[in-house]
Design a binder for this molecule. Sequence first.
Ligand code: MN
Length: 202
Amino acid sequence: MSFELPNLPYAHNALEPHIDARTMEIHHGKHHQGYTNNLNGAIAGTDLEGKTIENILLNLDMNNMAVRNNGGGYYNHSLFWAVMSPNGGGAPTGELADAIKKAYGNFDAFKEAFSNAAKTQFGSGWAWLCVHKGGDVTVCSTPNQDNPLMPGVKCNGTPILGLDVWEHAYYLNYQNRRPDYVNAFFNVINWTEVSARYQKSK
Ligand code: MN
């Protein structure tokens, strides 16, 4: 069994004007496909073949850079596409809203904390909203294609929302203006999907 590039759940241009079609084409079709192919190459013939991506990452040998980078890249982008929607934006409701309120006081303070994590991650990486057993949520960031599932990563928990802040995610439309891209992301967050992931992982 090998990993396959998941289909985008919407058209390449569906997230415009917040994320442009050309960026989505290259990001999904080239970058994510590349991580997928390289992950398959890295695990072929090893005892990782046939395992789920979550299992591979939770038990990862952090010195195995091919699986760390490409397994992370495979998982992170699969999450990223799923937590965006052309009908996104707004704010969560229900238990996830309550957990965010408990941790940050209100949605705007959470938005500021998440945005700050995304804007201040030096170089390439990701910002995350994670859930912990019992239902508490935290915000953090990781470099490169690391993620909170990996052993020893200080930013831990189960990621339920992720924002890619690699330049390939925004440079065509935003150039060096990462903060504008981060602000725009809030218009496409699929809170229904994030809430479902919260319920499943809390
Ligand atoms: Mn990316």
